[in-house]
Design a protein around this ligand. Structure first.
Ligand SMILES: NC(=O)c1ccc[n+]([C@@H]2O[C@H](COP(=O)([O-])OP(=O)(O)OC[C@H]3O[C@@H](n4cnc5c(N)ncnc54)[C@H](OP(=O)(O)O)[C@@H]3O)[C@@H](O)[C@H]2O)c1
Length: 291
C-alpha cells in the first residue's frame, strides 16, 4: 500500500509529507505534483514523484495505483475546484485506490458560507456517493491565515466583520499531523472529523495578544460585511473573492468557525498549537526578515 498525497508542493502538502515521514518509510509515500521543479525537495527525501494536474484526468489516472490511500488536498482555483476534485475522485476510483481522504472545511455539509458551497459540499457529496471508502477532514481555519499578516496588522490594526465571533484555529502543522495519522493508521474508514484548535479566540483577543507580545498597540476595527468586501477589493482582491472572504467573517460571527469537537487533538495525540505560540513565531520571523 502506498500513501499518495496530492498538492504536495503546497504549504499543507509539504507538512503532510514531513509528518508521514515520521510515521512510515519514504518508500511507502508518493507525492502528486503538477510541477516537478517545485518538488525537488520532496525527491531529495526519497518520496516518489508522480506528475499530474487536477485538470488532466488521464495523468491523474496514471498517478494513482491499485490499493493507494490518497489524500486529496483541495485546490486553489475558484470556480474550477469542484470539477478538479471530481477529476481526482474519478481517476482514483478508476485506478483502484483503496481509500480517499479529503481536506474539506469545518462544518462540511452543514456549513452556510459560500466557500463551503462552492467546493467542499459538492466534493463531500461526490465522495459519499462514490462508493469508495473515505475519510473527511473538515479543517478549521489555519492560524497562519492571520499571523501571516502581522506586518500589516502592526501598522494598521486588524479590520474584520466577525464581531465577537470566535475562531478555533490551529496551525497547518496541526492539520497536517491529523492527515498523516488518518492516512497511516487503521480505523478511519468512512469517518468524518471536525478539526479545530483546542481553544478559540475573538479578533479583539487576537489584537490584544499581538499588542502584548509586540509592545505595539494593535486594535480591532469591526465593519459591516459589505464594507469588508469593499476594503478587500480595494486592496486588490478580485471582487468575487473579496465577497467570499467577507462572507467567512459573517460565518465566524455566527459561530461556524468556533469548533470545539476535540477531534484534532484526539487524532494527533497532543494539544493543538495555541494562538500565542503561532504569533510568537510570526513575530520572531518578522524580526529576522527586518535585519
Ligand atoms: N483551512 C484553511 O485555513 C485554508 C486556508 C487557505 C486554503 N485552504 C485550502 O487548503 C488547501 C491547502 O492549503 P495550502 O496552504 O497548502 O495551500 P497552498 O500552499 O496554496 O497550496 C495549494 C496546492 O494546490 C496545488 N494545486 C493548485 N491547483 C492545482 C492543480 N490544478 N493541479 C494540481 N495541483 C494544484 C498547488 O500546486 P503548485 O504548488 O504547483 O502551485 C499547491 O501545491 C488549499 O489549496 C485550499 O483549498 C485552507
Amino acid at each position: 500500500m502506498t500513501i499518495v498525497v496530492t498538492a504536495a508542493t503546497g504549504q499543507l502538502g509539504r507538512l503532510v509529507i514531513d509528518e508521514l515521514l515520521e510515521r512510515v518509510p519514504a518508500t511507502e509515500i508518493a507525492a502528486v505534483v503538477r510541477d516537478p521543479v517545485k518538488a525537488a525537495g520532496l525527491a531529495d527525501k526519497n518520496v516518489e514523484l508522480r506528475i499530474a494536474d487536477y485538470d488532466d484526468v488521464e495523468a491523474l489516472e496514471n498517478a494513482f495505483h491499485v490499493g493507494d490511500v490518497v489524500l486529496l488536498i483541495s485546490g486553489t482555483e475558484p470556480g474550477r475546484r469542484t470539477a478538479q476534485h471530481k477529476n481526482v475522485l474519478t481517476a482514483a476510483i478508476a485506478a483502484g485506490a483503496s481509500r480517499i481522504a479529503y481536506t474539506s472545511v469545518i462544518g462540511g455539509l452543514g456549513a452556510t458560507f459560500a466557500l463551503a458551497s462552492e467546493q467542499h459540499k459538492p466534493t463531500e457529496l461526490a465522495l459519499l456517493q462514490s462508493g469508495l471508502p473515505y475519510t473527511i477532514l473538515r479543517n478549521g481555519w489555519y492560524t497562519e491565515n492571520y499571523t501571516d499578516q502581522i506586518a500589516t496588522q502592526l501598522e494598521h490594526g486588524l479590520t474584520g466583520a466577525a464581531g465577537a465571533g470566535q475562531v478555533g484555529s490551529a496551525t497547518r502543522r496541526d492539520f497536517a499531523a491529523a492527515a498523516a495519522v488518518v492516512l497511516s493508521t487503521e480505523g478511519h474508514e468512512n469517518a468524518i472529523y471536525e478539526l479545530s484548535g483546542d481553544s478559540a479566540w475573538t479578533f479583539t483577543e487576537y489584537a490584544a495578544e499581538l499588542s502584548r507580545q509586540s509592545g505595539t498597540a494593535v486594535s480591532y476595527r469591526n465593519v459591516s460585511v459589505n464594507d469588508l468586501a469593499d476594503i478587500l477589493a480595494q486592496a486588490g482582491l478580485p471582487r468575487e473573492q473579496a465577497e467570499v472572504f467577507a462572507d467567512i467573517d459573517a460565518a465566524i460571527e455566527r459561530g461556524e468557525f468556533r469548533g470545539g469537537s476535540g477531534d484534532l487533538s484526539r487524532l494527533i495525540g497532543r494539544a493543538t498549537t495555541p494562538l500565542s505560540a503561532t504569533l510568537a513565531d510570526a513575530l520572531a520571523s518578522l524580526k529576522v526578515n527586518q535585519y
